[in-house]
Design a binder for this molecule. Structure first.
Ligand code: DC
Length: 211
């Protein structure tokens, strides 16, 4: 069973997706984290982000594999040569680079294949930008989270994270390959004034009723 949770940056996806995975005993998959891992690797190699051919080549060649990371909830992540970069993925530089590598069509195809393979690990809560539209369009469980731009910027500042959300929103929504979009039939939840625990309750409730 796959629960897809999509939306822009700081819409509450990570906290909510983790909460839902914990409540249902599912694995958590952060697809943004996977784009961030490739971006981190490209930055290490000194690949120029605007050079889509070089980014595509780095994606073809990197030595990576899926790995189950124990935790509450357990998570499926990408390792780079056996290493998980962890907190190094959360910088402003890596966030911007992740949005840049995510524009490249062959990278998106590669990510879609890896992300679908995650289902071999078990039931999943998958968060991202194109999960309901592109990665798992067949799932019956699609949620779209959003919040006012000012609230999203406030959340990032409160987390002490510098993030150029406006740049990423624009690029993620306007790219040609599988842009940021709500999936057909996705349940839309405005999280501007709703605590994460309530959003989790709502999603878990509707999944339990529907199964
Ligand atoms: O959710 P995040 O901030 O960790 O995502 C980082 C970037 O990765 C985001 O700006 C766009 C890209 N991304 C994507 O294109 N598709 C996804 N399913 C997830 C993330």
């Amino acid at each position: 069973m796959i629960i897809a949770i999509d939306g822009p940056g700081a819409s509450g996806k990570s906290t909510v997706a983790r909460g839902v995975a914990r409540a249902l005993g599912f694995l958590y998959v952060d697809t943004g984290g996977m784009y961030r891992t490739l971006a981190w690797h490209c930055l290490q190699l000194g690949v120029e982000m605007g050079n889509s051919k070089a980014v595509a080549a780095a994606c073809r060649r990197w030595k990576t594999r899926l790995h189950r990371l124990e935790g509450d909830p357990a998570e499926v992540v990408l390792l780079v040569e056996g290493f998980y970069p962890g907190d190094a993925l959360r910088t402003r530089e890596v966030a911007k680079a992740a949005s840049d590598v995510a524009v490249v069509a062959s990278v998106r195809l590669w990510m879609k294949r890896r992300q679908r393979e995650c289902a071999e690990f078990g039931n999943l809560v998958v968060e991202g930008r194109d999960i309901g539209t592109n990665v798992f369009p067949e799932t019956d469980w699609k949620f779209w989270l959003d919040a006012d731009a000012s609230e999203r910027n406030r959340r990032r500042s409160a987390q002490g994270v510098e993030d150029n959300l406006a740049y990423r929103d624009r690029q993620d929504s306007q790219r040609r390959a599988t842009p940021l979009m709500a999936g057909l039939g996705a349940v839309r939840i405005d999280t501007t004034a709703m605590p994460a625990a309530k959003v989790v309750e709502r999603i878990v409730g509707s999944v339990r009723v529907g199964t």
